[in-house]
Design a protein. Structure first.
Length: 150
């Protein structure tokens, strides 16, 4: 690595970082991650900001995490980010795959919104309600979040 660490925030492709308060950064080597953490903390201090230490952590995640953790009899760590639980997994050929599972919190919020919508629309024909719910539950290829039409 060169002397400076540059971080770019990209808010495109449907992913929005609320006020850039959440950041996930990955590195191949632990020493690079520790160096980045030190430099980011120092830079924040220059602007009278600080990282929340209880929410900041370094974790072993990625292609070799399963084998490394297995040596100690542990499972790879997971983390939640943008409504998904990110897990180290394998695909059907046995290769590393990043598995994204909807978090329990986002599922509960979606079910609460759906339940409330159904309570407000008892007068709709059943097929129309089913069509609206089905389109939302199946998801879409667009990047916009699912909202139930009112």
């Amino acid at each position: 690595m060169s002397g400076d660490v540059h971080v770019r925030f990209r808010e495109g492709g449907g992913v929005r970082f609320p006020s850039a308060t959440r950041l996930v950064v990955s590195f191949q080597y632990k020493r690079d991650a520790e160096r980045f953490h030190r430099m980011l903390t120092a830079r924040f201090r220059r602007f009278s900001l600080e990282l929340a230490e209880e929410k900041t952590r370094l974790l072993l995640f990625g292609r070799f995490a399963r084998e490394t953790k297995a040596e100690y009899g542990e499972r790879p760590e997971t983390f939640e980010f943008l409504g998904f639980k990110h897990v180290c997994g394998v695909d059907q050929h046995g290769r590393f795959a990043l598995v994204r599972i909807p978090s329990h919190k986002s599922c509960r919020k979606f079910l609460a919104r759906t339940r409330e919508w159904l309570r407000r629309h008892p007068h709709w024909e059943r097929r129309d309600r089913n069509a609206s719910c089905r389109s939302c539950c199946m998801g879409s290829t667009s990047t916009s979040p699912c909202t139930i039409a009112s």
